[in-house]
Design a protein around this ligand. Structure first.
Ligand SMILES: [Zn+2]
Length: 486
């Protein structure tokens, strides 16, 4: 039980992402000229090649092509607020306000684990002022969790002794678009809220895979998290990033960016994405169903499968489902599951979204986890060397690391014993038809559909500008195609 403190989420991401992401990072590197690699050219450069090269050079500007008005149709329900008002107040970063003549502002950066009280002590703010400030309604709540590096500003005139005589004002950023100034000069603490205009734009970021999907995607402005979404949540079922992807394949991603004073301060989740590989177009769209964001095909079917086929990555099946001589007991008996050989310590993933029904020792199974997936489905994982950070009764997502391969209980060597049950009856997980996940329907489907068309149209517009000369698939023409496959 000495599982490292790696959070469940992080572990999950690591398990799911590593292979794909490494593949993305390490895909084909040819030669040394990075431009040639990215463009996938060999041999002599023709005039057309050079034209492409210059197109590539301008790609950085084009990929950020702003798509005005689009955000009205495709927007996360959290609804980032759009403001376009222009204020006369100079909304400088706190640190830029330092050094103005005659002011006595001090900008303080929060250290790890530091609270507002710590800071006030550190700055020698007089006790009475500290109390007045901390008692101001809402302040403690606003600043309850101070992140390291957060900047706070204190206006503190210095007395004759060189020590702060009083705290005159205090400034902090309540959120991305509101700066609060508290003045202690009068009898009461006066609060002034300064609006800092932010602008949210929906943009299409697009690029070619080139030498590395990861690097190309970073270059056009996608975050590591967004790339994980592409490889792990949207395209992993259709595209094998280890082998299927070529330098000329391209991706386009719709995201919302929040800007403030010319600075990108936040990028939202992937709203829609297309991947054109070998002339085929794949796509995925974000939609929040019952409060949970999911990715769907263009016709509203979840991209996520109800169950992943193998709960450990790249394992070897050493014993199938059915009758066999038990390797430890030596008797013939039914093998009610599938054995996967893998090194001790290999992470084991939850095969589907589930409620944990058992975590503990179970006779010959050794350290065992049983998951209840609802609708009569349950799975069992035996012989573990360690458990993940889970407990009985907890709800966990597909892919959560539930434990590690081991050889506890009746096992000859490290392997995962995996059982799949439907209404209590053992079934062969390798041959049964997995239940299809619930598609969108009714009002939700209608709402979803109204977002898909505009998203694809915008992507198509941007792609048609950037890849004008390419003979790739036209995005708009392929609308809905993806849904026709299994
Ligand atoms: Zn077994």
């Amino acid at each position: 039980m000495t599982e490292p403190t790696l959070s469940r989420d992080a572990a999950h991401r690591r398990v799911l992402s590593n292979n794909l992401r490494d593949a993305a990072r390490n895909s084909t590197e040819l030669g040394s000229d990075p431009l040639r690699q990215r463009l996938g050219f060999g041999g002599r450069w023709t005039r057309r090649h050079w034209a492409h090269a210059s197109l590539f050079a301008s790609l950085g500007a084009l990929v950020a092509a702003i798509v005005p008005g689009f955000s009205n149709t495709l927007q996360a329900p959290a609804g980032a607020q759009r403001t376009t008002m222009s204020l006369s107040l100079p909304p400088l970063a706190l640190s830029k306000q330092q050094g103005q003549t005659g002011d006595s502002w001090q900008i303080v950066s929060v250290n790890h684990g530091e609270t507002l009280s710590h800071l006030l002590d550190r700055l020698d703010v007089p006790e009475t002022d500290q109390q007045r400030l901390l008692e101001h309604p809402g302040l403690k709540k606003s600043l309850a969790k101070l992140k390291p590096g957060t900047e706070l500003a204190f206006d503190m005139p210095v007395g004759a002794d060189g020590k702060p005589a009083a705290l005159r004002s205090f400034r902090y950023d309540r959120d991305d678009s509101h700066r609060v100034e508290l003045s202690l000069a009068g009898e009461k603490v006066a609060e002034k809220v300064i609006e800092r205009p932010t602008e949210t734009r929906t943009v299409v970021l697009s690029g070619k895979v080139g030498g590395s999907l990861y690097r190309s995607a970073r270059k056009v402005g996608l975050s590591g998290g967004a790339i994980d979404t592409l490889t792990d949540d949207i395209f992993k079922y259709d595209i094998d990033f280890n082998s299927d992807v070529g330098a000329n394949d391209r991706f386009s991603v719709v995201v919302e960016q929040t800007w403030r004073e010319g600075e990108l301060i936040n990028t939202g989740p992937v709203l829609a994405a297309t991947f054109t590989s070998g002339g085929k177009l794949y796509s995925g769209f974000r939609f929040v169903r019952d409060g949970k964001p999911e990715y769907f095909t263009a016709d509203g079917r979840p991209l996520k499968r109800s169950f992943i086929r193998m709960p450990i990555p790249y394992a070897r099946i050493t014993s199938g489902f059915g009758m066999r001589r038990h390797p430890v007991l030596g008797r013939m008996r039914g093998h009610m599951g599938v054995d996967y050989a893998a090194g001790s310590g290999t992470p084991i993933m939850a095969a589907g979204d589930a409620r944990v029904s058992f975590v503990g020792w179970k006779g010959g199974y050794g350290r065992t986890v049983i998951l209840d997936h609802g609708r009569g489905y349950s799975t069992l994982y035996g012989h573990m060397s360690a458990f993940g950070n889970i407990r009985a009764g907890q709800r966990i997502a597909q892919g959560t690391m539930i434990g590690r391969v081991g050889s506890t209980g009746l096992a000859t060597g490290p392997h995962l014993h995996y059982e799949f049950r439907i209404n209590g009856v053992h079934r062969n997980p390798l041959s049964i038809t997995m239940p299809p996940p619930e598609p969108l329907s009714g009002v939700q489907l209608a709402a979803f559909r109204s977002q898909v068309g505009p998203a694809l149209t915008r992507i198509a517009k941007v792609e048609n500008i950037i890849y004008a000369g390419d003979t790739g698939t036209r995005v708009a023409a392929a609308l809905g195609r993806r849904g026709k496959k299994g």
